[in-house]
Design a binder for this molecule. Structure first.
Ligand SMILES: NC(=O)c1ccc[n+]([C@@H]2O[C@H](COP(=O)([O-])OP(=O)(O)OC[C@H]3O[C@@H](n4cnc5c(N)ncnc54)[C@H](O)[C@@H]3O)[C@@H](O)[C@H]2O)c1
Length: 302
């Protein structure tokens, strides 16, 4: 039997978007699910919905950027259910704009959630999973980290978001290589979605008071927010589709999980740029109107 039928799942960012849909699929496969999120109300509602359908769920409120709170997540998971077979380090926030316009707090917040949140999850859960694997040759585990196509491309005006997602791809590929040195029972995966309708373009709803600095959003940040909002809400795939892709990839032991494989042509161009020492091509080169719109908006009088 697959460890993903009737096993244990820990999912961060579980109150919305991909995390919520993955929680629903996990529950439908008979998994016991720890649903973790920073938004208490949305979390209670999501966990309540699954529990009402008979799922074994444990909601846990945390900020993934805080090591001690992720340690709390580990403790409650072990206490309630045991070592997880599926760890989905998925919580994330979006923030765009010209790279030099982010404040110190912007960097701390986005790097804290998108990168350190994943790092804490990997650091704290992997040793437990390796121990469980050693104790039982039939035990299987999967760690899935959510990056983005922004982790493989560097579209303009996406600021610190690009930086953190590239770091998550690197962390995940390194995890894959390192796990392969020590086990065949625990697998790593990286999820790289393109634009999909979720709450990601309203990430400021999750920004804690101590990460706010009172700075007014700059023009480039307002433009980034409007353009990302448009791109996300116009996405044709659903968060359910993406969560389904995650489970398919785990079932097939496939590392890379893409929502829009066609967008990989941009990655090929980027790698060709590097290989031929060519200056970076605009990732939106196939849609020149996007760059044009950005340039015009940024250069227009305030
Ligand atoms: N939707 C897209 O187009 C898209 C594309 C590429 C990558 N992603 C990534 O997918 C992941 C999931 O996002 P989504 O699109 O489902 O958005 P979403 O906003 O619907 O869900 C993200 C969840 O993470 C939670 N969260 C935010 N900060 C947190 C923190 N500090 N601690 C714990 N939980 C926190 C939020 O409360 C929210 O419930 C993110 O890492 C995001 O960067 C999304």
């Amino acid at each position: 039997m697959s460890s993903l039928n009737g096993g244990i799942a820990v999912i961060t960012g579980a109150a919305s978007g991909f995390g919520l849909e993955a929680s629903r699929i996990a529950a439908s496969r008979g998994m016991r699910v720890v649903m973790a999120d920073v938004q208490q109300e949305a979390l209670d509602q999501a966990a309540g919905e699954l529990a009402a359908q008979g799922a074994m769920v444990q909601p846990f409120r945390l900020d993934v950027s805080k090591a001690a709170e992720v340690e709390g997540l580990v403790a409650i998971t072990l206490q309630r259910f045991g070592v997880p077979n599926f760890v989905f380090n998925n919580a994330g926030v979006g923030a765009g704009g010209l790279i030099w316009e982010h404040t110190q707090k912007d960097w701390e917040w986005v790097v804290g959630v998108n990168l350190m949140g994943v790092a804490h999850g990997v650091r704290l859960f992997t040793p437990l999973m390796l121990q469980a694997a050693k104790a039982d040759p039939n035990w299987r585990g999967h760690i899935v980290n959510t990056a983005s196509m922004a982790g493989l491309l560097n579209a303009p005006n996406m600021g610190v978001y690009n930086v953190t997602k590239h770091a998550v791809v690197s962390l995940s590929e390194t995890l894959y290589q390192d796990l392969a040195l020590v086990t065949e029972q625990v697998h790593a995966h990286v999820l790289c979605p393109y634009f999909v309708p979720t709450g990601i373009h309203q990430s400021h709803r999750n920004r804690p008071a101590e990460m706010k600095d009172g700075a007014k959003p700059t023009k480039s940040q307002l433009i980034a927010q409007a353009m990302t909002g448009q791109a996300v809400t116009r996405g044709k795939l659903t968060a359910t589709d993406v969560a389904q892709f995650v489970f398919e990839a785990m079932d097939e032991n496939r590392f890379y999980v893409f929502s829009h494989p066609k967008s990989l042509s941009g990655v090929q161009v980027r790698l060709e740029d590097i290989m031929s020492l060519r200056n970076p091509t605009d990732p939106f080169a196939a849609k020149p109107e996007i760059a044009e719109q950005l340039r015009a908006a940024l250069r227009s009088a305030d």
